[in-house]
Ligand binder design. Structure first.
Ligand SMILES: [Zn+2]
Length: 259
């Protein structure tokens, strides 16, 4: 828990799902983050993080009737392996991420090995895949906020977890939702539950940016959904997923409908 919510060293371990969001509309099939493949570099990370259950993102999408070639766009919150680890599986997808996110990882990898804790959660293969997509003219590097990057989909720069993290807002039939990426790991980052009497923001347990930036990003996230925390999709928060309708299941892995 202490790696998710700063200072919660006495709390027991919890299960943390790795998840991504499928958004469809206007003839586009969009992934907001894309999970990871349990092979090559991805398998190394799965072992290191002790991932007990893994279902291929391709299998999850197949269950939704979507083939890899059908995906038109992948909007990445950031480049950690569990969010960007399958971009090489979608040959037709345009990939979007913040320019600072990509370039900061290139810079961090170039530093001497004593800095390597910065890149502990980044798979070099994913950076290579992003560069490969650029050679194919399938990479869009964003600088800051972008309204309607795709119809009904906007991004907001939200540094702190990484140097170029962004969150994604989606306009749906049920109103606006925000895909938090790793701007927050848990609802407790916003509420401060279990972290003292006071309701206040609590920084992430793990991140390469500053606590200052993290808290400003928490506020941006809340503002984007009009202060309605139930409209924030927190990718690593199992309790939050359970609040949505579970429509499918593969080997214990749920597929949930948000809107
Ligand atoms: Zn992350």
């Amino acid at each position: 828990m202490a790696s998710l919510v700063w200072g919660t060293f006495g709390d027991p371990p919890i299960d943390t799902p790795f998840s991504f969001v499928l958004a469809q509309g206007g003839g586009r099939i969009v992934l907001c983050d894309c999970g990871f493949m349990n092979e090559g570099g991805g398998a190394t990370f799965a072992t290191r993080f002790g991932v007990p259950t893994w279902v291929s993102p391709l299998r999850l999408l197949e269950r939704m009737g979507i083939a890899p070639g059908d995906v038109t766009d992948i909007v990445l919150s950031h480049a950690h392996f569990d969010h960007a680890g399958s971009i090489d599986q979608f040959p037709n997808a345009q990939i979007y991420l913040q320019k600072t996110e990509l370039l900061s990882w290139v810079e961090a990898f170039a530093l001497p090995p004593r800095f390597s804790i910065l890149t502990d959660v980044v798979d070099p293969d994913d950076i290579r895949a992003a560069l490969e997509a650029s050679f194919q003219h399938r990479l869009t590097l964003i600088e800051g906020d972008r309204d309607n990057l795709l119809p009904g989909l906007s991004v907001r720069l939200a540094r702190g977890h990484t140097m170029g993290q962004q969150f994604i807002t989606l306009e749906t039939a049920r109103g606006r939702y925000a895909v938090a990426g790793d701007c927050i790991y848990s609802a407790r980052n916003l509420t401060g539950e279990g972290c003292g009497e006071q309701q206040r923001y609590i920084p992430l347990g793990a991140g390469v940016g500053s606590a200052w930036d993290q808290l400003l990003s928490f506020n941006r996230l809340e503002t984007a959904v009009g202060g309605d925390r139930s409209r924030i999709i927190i990718l690593h928060d199992e309790a939050r997923w359970s609040a949505f309708e579970r429509v499918q299941e593969i080997e214990g892995m749920g597929i949930y409908k948000v809107a």
